[in-house]
Design a protein around this ligand. Structure first.
Ligand SMILES: Nc1ncnc2c1ncn2[C@@H]1O[C@H](COP(=O)(O)OP(=O)(O)OP(=O)(O)O)[C@@H](O)[C@H]1O
Ligand SMILES: [Mg+2]
Length: 930
């Protein structure tokens, strides 16, 4: 696709990679200094990004050109959006990367093939957007090894979405390459949110006057001139263009008509006025050029020939509007839009028809289809079908946004209402997967303008529910998904059941916030479904989860166990793309079954990674982190949390920091734990993610028990255990509640909690559940029974991998023995507890054991487990250090963390410095074991 860097200076020739003749920039010292600073840093090995923002004509492109002029020794790559309704996925990205095509082979194979697929050089599975991002980052990084790079991406507001997303990703992940990435944008979309910005505003008065003086064709008095300067607000393009298009009387009025919003409108009008004076032929030529997004002079000339407006060179009267040399370049993007929008619809269609005719169907089927569509005067099934085929092709290349746009176009050209609804729903589905939620809802709206039959209406409702869930895991989704499932029941029972699973999962996230009973509503509806015959694993899962809510744990346990067995078995479902796939680990939580939880989670995680299902990956990684934390592998949990955070940063998925909350609580880091749970509760209430509230309360109970603040632990555990849904969180809160009750003398509450916990354990029947229950029972039982119960707890928990739970059994046993005056035995238990807590890194509980030991007369030094130096590492450095210690190469770490290998190397050097080591091998000793 063409560079749309059309904002050249009068007399500039073409665009593209060549240097242009630059005007002297007036009044831009500060802006130039910022640009030069980015370039200097990039030259020295620290990549930088700057997004130049400002209204049309304010001088963004001029500043980018200036950067090109000052970037000595840099290789310059340019790309830009183009004025066209055409959405061709990755078009701008292609333009940027084409000059580097010979380096593709230096990328890891998956990245290389992702880019080849995206650019249509080879057929392959549609690559994940983030894999493409990583590949582009890698490609630029490789190229910058040889020579620093200046990448310019102008007219961001017109970039195709896929390119904008990938470039936004790349901008965020730059590090220690030698790359300066500059954007020019009227309105930087959400893809570039949060990146360093440079607001470009109008020129100061003196500079504006200096710019205006040479263009004025009439002598003006100072007052009028000052008024023009004032009303153009120093916008250079307006200053340069408006006076040309206006008559002296208008000028004398000081432009009068200008208001803020219409500034660029006025400039466009001024261009329109010039276009209106052109001969018919020139105007048509200009229109064809405007309708042709590539800027290819050969295509333009062939199309123009068909229309009888032959185009070798642009006629003189087009000078100052259009340049044709090795590319077709507009004086300014506003010329292009003036030419296109000012034309009659008949002329526009004629231009597109001619362009379609000269576009090679085999070489460029999508573009041809698009031109044909733009040439159609009304519904046209043949063209619509061609667009549909093009959409399939775009989708096969990973171009989801383009596929959606093409289908959207096909919808508009489809006369048959039923078929139109089908296509609109297909467009909606693709938009949802592309993360284009608004567009998805718009397409559902289009589908609904037809009289939808029940099945189509159900699908429409499902899409709305899925959008609601995907965009925030909030409270709106469950009733919508449940309604969709209800509608699907008669026509597609299997789809209805899977939709109920989605609804159940959404209700689990929403928790208690919206209105009590949603999980119950969904579960009751499921209970009324005819049984699935034969049941698929997903059916067992659904029935088990629903039964859990409607009839309780013991009734649900057999079903949940069967579902779990099906998912654990080697041929169990592990489709990373299934919207409800993450629910397969819930039975493991409910049944306190760490082994199936581990197996299924590992499988889900691997398949979500393989499928590039990044929107879901944070959920799987969170489950990984929580399980690792339960097992006292805090370093492993840290790594999973950090990876989830990385993915969340690039996808924008909204999910509470579940892993980090549990970790901070186990560690006894009060400030961090409190800050995390406060902000999570706040965000959860706002976003309708009720599960996070309950979760925060449970982790607070763990924290406070560790810190020996039993009143607070009691309050938090009481809330967490009371809150429906009575699934795994409320059950996890029960032992905390029993412990805090025992410590605070709340015998009744404790006894009640213990009874509930015993139910949980009998349904679960695992050593984890039974062991924790025995430990809890010991706390509340008569002295003659307690010792046996503690022994049972130690015995059972030592058969699990849950070291924190075992250590807590030692601690409670030791405390109990000490209170009975059995000091020697108490010391043995407390010493075990203390050592385990210290080794795991549970500082709060370690301190509680240390104080107990002191009370038995044994003094122990306070210990911090981590070698002091590792505390200086940032979370990202810590994560890199651990991955390298575990044997990953720099490129492998880069793939995991979305960084270029060069940036990984750079971090590693800093890590070595901080740890005072010199080799990767030494990391093993320098880091805590994990
Ligand atoms: N500081 C300046 N001094 C002199 N001329 C300038 C200055 N800034 C911009 N110009 C001129 O003003 C015109 C418009 O500038 P430019 O094309 O850079 O605007 P832009 O912000 O890129 O607009 P758009 O959003 O439409 O792309 C150009 O002819 C440019 O050469
Ligand atoms: Mg510009």
């Amino acid at each position: 696709m063409s560079s749309a860097l059309d904002g050249g200076v009068p007399g500039s020739r073409g665009s593209g990679v060549r240097r242009r003749q630059r005007p002297v920039l007036l009044g831009r010292d500060a802006e130039c200094a910022s640009l030069e600073a980015v370039l200097a840093a990039a030259g020295a090995g620290e990549s930088g990004v700057l997004v130049l923002c400002g209204e049309a004509g304010v001088g963004k492109t001029a500043l980018l050109d200036h950067a090109v002029g000052t970037a000595r020794g840099f290789r310059v790559l340019r790309a830009g959006g183009v004025e066209s309704e055409m959405e061709l996925d990755f078009a701008a990205l292609h333009q940027l990367c084409v000059p580097l095509a010979d380096r593709l082979g230096e990328l890891p194979a998956p990245q290389c093939s992702a880019l080849e697929t995206v650019f249509g050089r080879s057929a392959g599975a549609p690559p994940d957007r983030f894999l493409v991002g990583l590949a582009v980052l890698g490609l630029l990084s490789v190229a910058s090894d040889e020579q620093p790079l200046l990448c310019l991406v102008d007219d961001v507001q017109r970039l195709d979405r896929a390119s904008a997303q990938v470039l936004g990703f790349v901008a965020r992940r730059l590090g220690a390459e030698r790359i300066a990435l500059l954007f020019g944008a009227r309105l930087p979309g959400r893809e570039l949110e949060g990146l360093p910005r440079l607001e470009v505003t109008g020129l100061h008065e003196a500079d504006a006057r200096a710019l205006l003086a040479p263009v004025l064709r009439y002598a003006l008095d100072d007052r009028t001139r000052d008024r023009i300067v004032l009303e153009t607000r120093g916008n250079p393009l307006t200053l340069l263009e408006l006076p040309r298009g206006l008559a002296i009387e208008q000028l004398a009025d000081g432009l009068g008509v200008l208001t803020g919003e219409s500034l660029s409108g006025s400039v466009e009008e001024s261009f329109s006025a010039r276009i209106a004076e052109l001969s018919d032929e020139s105007r048509m030529l200009l229109l064809v050029a405007a309708a042709e997004p590539v800027g290819d002079p050969a295509v333009l000339s062939r199309a123009a020939e068909r229309l009888g407006v032959g185009a070798g060179d642009a006629p003189d009267e087009l000078s100052g509007l259009l340049t044709i040399d090795h590319r077709v370049t507009f004086r300014h993007p506003l010329v292009r839009s003036a030419a296109y929008r000012g034309a009659t619809s008949r002329d526009r269609r004629a231009a597109h028809r001619a362009l379609a005719e000269v576009t090679d169907e085999r070489a460029d089927p999508v573009r041809r289809a698009w031109h044909r569509a733009s040439a159609a005067a009304g519904p046209d099934e043949e063209v619509a079908a061609e667009l549909e085929r093009s959409a399939d092709r775009a989708r096969a290349r990973g171009g989801l946004a383009a596929a959606a746009a093409l289908l959207q176009r096909a919808v508009a050209l489809t006369g048959d209402t039923a078929r139109r609804a089908d296509r609109a729903l297909a467009a909606a589905r693709i938009s949802l997967h592309a993360g284009e939620f608004d567009m998805a809802l718009r397409m559902v709206g289009v589908a609904r303008t037809a009289d939808l039959d029940e099945l189509h209406e159900a699908r429409a409702a499902l899409l709305c529910g899925q959008v609601a869930f995907a965009s925030g895991h909030g409270a709106d989704a469950p009733p919508m998904l449940a309604a969709a499932a209800r509608r699907l029941r008669p026509s597609d029972p299997a789809a209805a059941r899977e939709t109920y699973l989605e609804a159940w999962g959404a209700a689990l996230f929403a928790g208690e916030l919206p209105a009590a009973g949603r999980l119950l509503d969904v579960s009751r509806a499921v209970a009324e479904l005819p049984p699935a015959d034969p049941p698929r694993p997903s059916d067992l899962l659904l029935d088990g989860l629903a039964t859990l809510v409607t009839a309780g744990r013991s009734a649900a346990a057999p079903l949940l166990r069967r579902a779990t067995a099906a998912f654990v078995s080697p041929d169990g479902t592990s489709d990373g793309d299934l919207p409800w796939g993450w629910l397969t680990t819930v039975p493991g939580n409910v049944l306190w079954d760490e082994h199936s939880w581990e197996t299924i989670n590992a499988r889900q995680l691997a398949s979500a990674r393989d499928a590039g299902a990044l929107a879901r990956l944070p959920i799987d990684l969170t489950a990984t982190a929580i399980l690792a934390a339960w097992r006292g592998d805090l370093a492993g949990a840290d790594a999973a949390v950090a990876e989830a955070d990385t993915v969340i940063e690039v996808t924008g998925t909204r999910i509470a920091p579940f892993g980090a909350m549990f970790l901070a609580a186990l560690r006894g880091w009060e400030d961090q734990a409190t800050a995390l749970s406060d902000s999570s509760i706040d965000a959860a209430v706002r976003g309708g993610q009720g599960i996070a509230v309950q979760y925060a309360r449970w982790t607070r109970a763990v924290l406070c028990n560790g810190l020996s603040r039993y009143d607070q632990a009691f309050a938090a555990a009481h809330q967490a255990a009371a809150e429906a849904p009575q699934l795994f969180l409320s059950a996890w809160a029960l032992p905390e509640l029993v412990e805090a009750s025992a410590m605070t003398g709340n015998a009744d509450v404790g006894a009640d909690a213990l009874e509930r916990l015993a139910d949980v354990a009998s349904a679960a029947g695992t050593d984890w559940a039974e062991g924790v229950t025995a430990r809890s029972r010991a706390l509340l039982s008569a002295p003659e029974d307690a010792a046996d119960l503690f022994d049972e707890a130690l015995d059972r928990l030592s058969r699990t991998k849950l070291r924190p739970e075992l250590a807590r059994a030692h601690l409670l046993y030791g405390e109990w023995l000490r209170r009975r005056g059995r000091r020697v035995q108490a010391r043995t238990q407390l010493r075990s507890a203390h050592e385990m807590f210290a080794a795991i890194g549970m500082e709060g509980f370690a301190e509680r054991s240390r104080r107990e030991l002191l009370a038995t007369g044994e003094s122990v030094r306070k210990r911090t487990r981590e070698p002091a130096a590792t505390q200086d590492l940032t979370p990202q450095e810590r994560q890199i250090a651990m991955l390298v210690r575990d044997g990953m190469s720099n490129p492998e770490v880069g793939v995991r963390l979305f960084l270029s290998p060069r940036t990984v190397e750079w971090h590693l050097r800093k890590i070595f410095d901080k740890l005072s080591i010199t080799s990767r091998r030494q990391l093993r000793d320098a880091l805590p074991p994990g």
